[in-house]
Design a protein around this ligand. Structure first.
Ligand code: MN
Length: 416
């Protein structure tokens, strides 16, 4: 054999998928990206993603999971967990005792949540105080257009959905930063300290209401909110309002080869799970299940996070419907935990092992294990399992690569 033949048959050769696309595949990809971008525009919070998924599931004939329901092959079933997380299944021809194929992603993203007593006036400027949610770089949240999303359960028992800053005719909001001329001290601080959590106060307005007394700017803002949403100040205490970057998903680069949007992590995986299960037109052998979890960004806690029993509850309804023990189903199940990995960025080469980092356009990144330091907290896939995945992907012509999140002792992480 020549060296060239040996290279071909023996060596692994990662490749840029864009060089291998047929024009039909390119068109499919572009169409997929358009549908994904529309999903990103409609879903900036876990609530919005759950509502969107529920609407789409209903429109495609999925039925809500109900304890005691009969569960037959081909049945399409979903569970909306308190409007915050979502589970969906297409029941396979095999019994659930043979296990399910599960994909898990999360639909929450880092953001600024409003505090329970957010609204105040200082120096004739009205602000809301926020408490950040998830891992953020605080300095990134100043001087960028922001929007408010969420729900307010009001004193009178009614509930109102709030979205300010997304419509082109809406105002946007902003957190101020210091002008460079006054930044001598700030510029000496670390990135972690340059902007503090208690400085992430969002400007709501500056115009005083006509009249007498204190806090006329705040009063003006409150009366605008009352006009539009019927809110009073006490409603902030019970509300679930959150501040996210304003604006739509955009194409990035002169060649439009990237998409820029808030919250790709992890809605890029959520959408990749949802589309195929929504469009599954044959009954799968094993039951197909998708999880859209909440609270991953803060440790998968709470009644909508993966540490809750919402997933087990959903699977138990399915198993009960076939007279199968839940543990027997789980013992034979397979799960891909889908979250984002990092692509190699030549701006920060020192953060990763170049040879084990995923590359842009080289296909989906499969992390064999997560964790940090000595794989602490890792989910570590076996050779048998990974080989099954490799075989499926290779057979289907899926371009894939492996990835590791940062170099040893530098990076690390986990997911649902
Ligand atoms: Mn994630």
């Amino acid at each position: 054999m020549t060296a060239e033949e040996l290279r071909e048959s023996l060596l692994c050769s990662p490749r840029n998928g864009l060089l291998e696309l047929t024009s039909e595949q390119r068109q499919e990809m572009e169409n997929y990206c358009k549908r994904y971008a529309a999903f990103m525009d409609a879903c900036k919070t876990e609530r919005e993603a759950t509502a969107w998924a529920t609407r789409e599931a209903e429109a495609r004939g999925f039925r809500p999971a109900v304890p005691g329901m009969e569960v037959k092959p081909g049945d399409k079933i979903y569970l909306n967990n308190r409007g915050k997380s979502f589970l969906i299944a297409v029941v396979g021809t095999e019994s659930l005792a043979k296990g399910a194929n599960i994909c898990a992603a999360h639909v929450d993203s880092p953001r600024l949540d409003l505090k329970p007593q957010p609204l105040y006036e200082d120096s004739e400027i009205a602000f809301v105080k926020t408490h950040y949610y998830g891992g953020i770089k605080k300095y990134q949240w100043t001087c960028v257009p922001l929007a408010i999303h969420g729900v307010v359960c009001k004193k009178d028992g009614t509930e109102v959905t709030v979205t300010i800053g997304e419509d082109e005719s809406d105002p946007i909001l902003v957190v101020s930063d210091l002008l460079i001329h006054l930044s001598a001290d700030q510029m000496k601080k670390t990135l972690a300290e340059g902007i503090l959590g208690e400085q992430l106060n969002v400007i709501l307005g500056t115009e005083p209401l006509e009249g007498e007394g204190a806090d006329l700017v705040k009063l003006n803002i409150m009366s605008l909110l009352n006009e539009k949403y019927g809110m009073v100040e006490e409603d902030f205490r019970t509300a679930e309002l959150t501040v996210v970057p304003a604006g739509k998903c955009r194409e990035v680069g002169l060649d439009r080869s990237l998409l820029g949007a808030y919250g790709h992590d992890d809605r890029v995986c959520a959408y990749a799970e949802l589309e195929p299960i929504f469009n599954m037109d044959t009954v799968p052998t094993h039951t197909a299940v998708c999880i859209l979890a909440d609270k991953e960004e803060i440790g998968s806690v709470g009644i909508s996070g993966m540490q809750s029993h919402a997933f087990e509850y959903f699977m138990e309804i399915l198993c009960d419907g076939q007279g199968v023990k839940l543990s027997h189903c789980f013992a034979n199940s397979f799960c891909l935990s889908a979250d984002v990995s990092n692509a190699y960025d030549p701006n920060f080469p020192e953060t990763c092992d170049r040879r084990n980092n995923s590359m842009l356009n080289y296909g989906i990144s499969i992390c064999k294990y997560t964790g940090s330091r000595g794989k602490g907290g890792a989910s570590d896939a076996s050779s048998e399992l990974f080989n099954k995945i490799r075989t499926i992907f290779n057979r289907a012509g899926v371009l894939w690569q492996t990835g590791e999140l940062g170099k040893v002792d530098q990076g690390g992480g986990g997911t649902v």
